[in-house]
Every structure is written in C-alpha cells, then in structure tokens.
Design a protein around this ligand. Structure first.
Ligand SMILES: N[C@@H](CCC(=O)N[C@@H](CS)C(=O)NCC(=O)O)C(=O)O
Length: 212
C-alpha cells in the first residue's frame, strides 16, 4: 500500500503524521504549506477541493478530515488499538475528536487565527476573536480537569485522541495563552507526549515546538 501525507508544519496534519510514525508504517510526505498559499493553489485544490491539510492518499484514493484519516491509520495496526480497546474507549476517542475538531479547532483556533472564515465584515473580527479565545479558555478548563487523573486522553492507553489534544495545546500556546503557566495537568500530559518517540520524530521532521 502506498501512503502519501500532505502536511503543513504545526497544522492539524501533525495528528496523522504522529499516528503514522506511531504505527511504523512506511509513508511519504508532501509539504503543502498553509502559510504560503499552497493549500489554496489550483494544483492542490485538484487533490483536495477543500483546500486544507491533512490529506492522506492511499493507493491513489484521497482521504480528508483528521478523524477519518486517523481512523484509517489506526485500522492498519489493530494491535495498537489507537481508536480504543473496547466500546467505551472507542466512544471516548470519538467524543474527544468531535469536540476537539468541531469546537476547539473549528470555532476556537480558527476563530482566533482566521476570523474571515466567519464573516467578511472586518469590523466584527475583534469580537469573533474574543469569543474564540473564550471558547478555547473554557475548553482548557475542561481538559485540565479531565486529564488530571490519567496518563493519556482516554485513561491508561494512548489513543488517536492524544495527538489531537497536542495540536490544540500547541496552537493555544502559539495564540499566546501560555498553558505551561496556567494549566499544570494539561502541561504534565504534554510533557509525557513529548517523550514519545513518535512525537519527537514528528516535532523534528516538522521543525516545531509544542510551546510556540
Ligand atoms: N476539519 C478539517 C480541518 C482542516 C483544517 O482546517 N486544516 C487547516 C490547517 S490546521 C488548513 O489546511 N488551513 C489552510 C487554509 O485555511 O488555507 C480536518 O479535520 O481535517
């Protein structure tokens, strides 16, 4: 099977990137930068009309959306149970994905970074950013209490929800929310994540830090 991941350093493509490294499956990477307009180029839109990363190409078939791609990668290594070991853990992984993708990323991170997605009225952008910051801060409080008593997002077993939680951690720091200062449990979890070989390899390959 031929796998090609379109990614941009530090973008949510770091989730499938980490998971591919976690599985040890061979794959190729194509740098598709969100910062220089490549994701909006005509050539890339022929690959993904949504103009976003990540994209995983599987023997020529194009798969988009972090949760879908993560589920596909997890299915290649059922022994790792990256989407959860039993019905409850599987439901917990989906619970994290839906909230982290829809609310924390789609409303919080995107609202602060890209308020133009919500309205063309530039005068409304400061209010959109302020509401998005509130959404993120409220989410950080929920994450802090959920993660305090456990090793990984769903308990004692690493799952695909963990890299998604790391993406939110990094983006929040980049947005100036300084989680190492305000969220000790979330930060202790992030430090555990940083020790995983897959996460180290992803950070090195993308040339990024989780703190800025
Ligand atoms: N719902 C999508 C979100 C994808 C997304 O928003 N990707 C961002 C990077 S984190 C992107 O490609 N942005 C480029 C742009 O908006 O031009 C998913 O789960 O994959």
């Amino acid at each position: 099977m031929n796998l090609t991941l379109h990614f941009s350093p530090g973008a949510c493509s770091l989730v499938p990137h980490t998971l591919l490294l976690e599985t040890g499956i061979a794959f190729e990477k194509v740098l598709t930068n969100t910062a220089d307009g490549t994701t909006k180029s005509a050539a890339f839109k022929q690959v993904n009309p949504k103009g976003r990363v990540p994209v995983l190409i599987i023997d020529g078939a194009v798969l988009t959306e972090v949760p879908a791609i993560s589920s596909f990668i997890a299915a290649q290594r059922p022994d790792l149970a990256l989407m959860g070991r039993d019905a409850m853990e599987q439901a917990r992984v989906l619970e994290w994905f839906n909230w982290l993708s829809g609310t924390m990323h789609g409303q919080g991170v995107a609202g602060m970074f890209r308020p133009y997605r919500f309205t063309d009225d530039e005068q409304a952008w400061p209010a959109i950013k302020a509401k998005a910051r509130e959404t993120l801060a409220d989410g950080h409080a929920q994450i802090e209490s959920r993660i305090a008593d456990r090793e990984w997002a769903c308990g004692d077993h690493f799952t695909a929800a963990d890299p998604m939680l790391l993406f939110i951690y990094r983006m929040s720091n980049r947005l100036g929310m300084n989680l190492p200062e305000s969220r000790p449990a979330y930060t202790a979890w992030a430090e555990r994540m940083e020790k995983r070989p897959s996460v180290q390899a992803m950070l090195n390959a993308e040339g990024i830090s989780i703190y800025e």
